[in-house]
Ligand binder design. Structure first.
Ligand code: FE
Ligand code: FE
Ligand code: FE
Length: 172
């Protein structure tokens, strides 16, 4: 891995780049979640976001352990994808007046984040296995399970939230 080069020459370089990208993404998510907690209305949704904020802080520690297991210092490289997902979520939320509709939008935005994470951690597991980084893989698998569980929890919450959102304006 060239310390003074941005070039990705090998699968190992690509793996490390992906790890740095996910490290950036998780840090951005810890900044975005408090704003989503503020915007959420349904208590169970706020609680869900609060729980996942704490989990995300643990996921960052896990990534730092993964860097350590690879003999690398934790480093972040910009992830334009997570920046875009968060930007889109903020723009959409800014257009919504009704709290119930906003909750439905927040769940959809959170699921977009979780699906991005699930894709990325799945790839880190596959590349880590291929490259023989067993300790890092075990850490990624723990986080991947949390992201999948969060996505499922959001799907459950969406049933009630979507019904409430549909009711907005229905009596007009
Ligand atoms: Fe995460
Ligand atoms: Fe990315
Ligand atoms: Fe997550």
């Amino acid at each position: 891995m060239g310390l003074f080069s941005k070039d990705i020459a090998t699968l190992q370089d690509l793996f490390l780049h992906q790890l740095q990208d996910v490290y950036y993404a998780e840090n951005q998510i810890t900044k975005a979640l408090p704003k989503m907690i503020e915007k959420a209305t349904a208590p169970e949704l706020r609680e869900g976001f609060e729980t996942h904020l704490r989990e995300t802080e643990g996921q960052i520690r896990r990534l730092e352990k993964a860097f350590d297991s690879l003999g690398e210092k934790p480093k972040a490289v910009t992830c334009p994808a997570i920046d875009g997902i968060i930007k889109e979520a903020n723009e959409t939320a800014g257009e919504i007046a009704d709290k119930a509709v906003l909750d439905a939008a927040l769940i959809a935005a959170a699921q977009a984040v979780e699906h991005y994470e699930i894709a990325r951690y799945g790839t880190l597991v596959a590349w880590g296995q291929q490259l023989g980084h067993g300790a890092a893989v075990a850490l990624f698998e723990e986080t991947l399970a949390e992201e999948k569980a969060t996505d499922e929890k959001l799907t459950q919450l969406s049933t009630r939230a979507n019904a409430k959102a549909e009711a907005v304006g229905a009596d007009a």
